[in-house]
Write a protein that binds this ligand. Sequence first.
Ligand code: GH3
Ligand code: MG
Ligand code: MG
Ligand code: MG
Ligand code: MG
Length: 298
Amino acid sequence: MPSLLIVDDNVQLIPVMARMLAPLGQVRFATSGEDALAQMRQHAPDLVLLDAEMPGMSGYDLCQVMRCDPALDLVPVIFVTGHDDLGAELRGLSCGAVDFISKPVSEPLLIARVRTQLRLKRLTDELRRSATTDALTGLDNRGSFDQRLDAEWARAVRTGSALTLVLMDVDHFKRFNDHYGHPAGDSCLREVAAAIRDQARRPADLAARIGGEEFAVLMPDTDEAGALQAAERIRAAVAARSIPHEASLTADHVTVSLGVVSCTPDRQGSRMTVESLMAAADRALYDAKAAGRNRCAA
Ligand code: GH3
Ligand code: MG
Ligand code: MG
Ligand code: MG
Ligand code: MG
């Protein structure tokens, strides 16, 4: 069921609109821009019906803030305002609103417009989901990983917090495919992905398949000690699935090797870049392979 947020400082209008919209979804309300933003950061709605003029943060301000917030930038906003002049409409649309309705609100018009926007929002969500998901494993895909890596790197630079990258690679996976066949290889990758997903527990952790049998986990606000523990948990979780691998030269079951790199990029000095972070994790992964596989290296 889609969720709709009505934002209006006129508390008489809220129940009127809420009654009109009740058949279309779950309706919440906020009586100020600030209240709306706080609610949306807890739970992003599928559509916002926004009053333009409010004391404090105006509807225009709120709409602009939403457009710059990656968690809210795809939430459609319809302005519902007392103005019916062209200037107000232009200003609303310029702030990134998708539509504009004047008060007094016509019920059939409101419903028709909201319905259209909810349908588009469903399609947008589905497009974004399929564009960022790896079809084989359901983890994030390479493109999504690259985007998040850039964003988390920028955040770590800004806030001076630690960022950890774990790269992992299935051991002797070519031999697995040769021995059991490609379809079995695919289900093996699905199981490895499930083990990773179980262990990348924090909401901010991002687990992705970034290549054929290569995975990555990005752990914001995590230093090397914490990251090594998490990496070791992932290694153990994959091994504990006991997926038979008779052809492996490492064990009689499927194992992974992991390279772990943590850094705290500082604002001034550090010459570390996203690329050098990836390269360092790759070197650590190579070390784990060279040291005998089925292990973590930092
Ligand atoms: P190492 O322990 O050194 O990592 O050896 P390896 O054989 O795993 O490494 P290598 O890079 O030589 O082989 C990776 C193999 O993974 C190649 C290919 O057969 C297999 N592979 C890559 N992507 C997929 C996929 O999507 N599905 C399946 N079934 N196999 C894949
Ligand atoms: Mg108002
Ligand atoms: Mg590989
Ligand atoms: Mg491999
Ligand atoms: Mg090999």
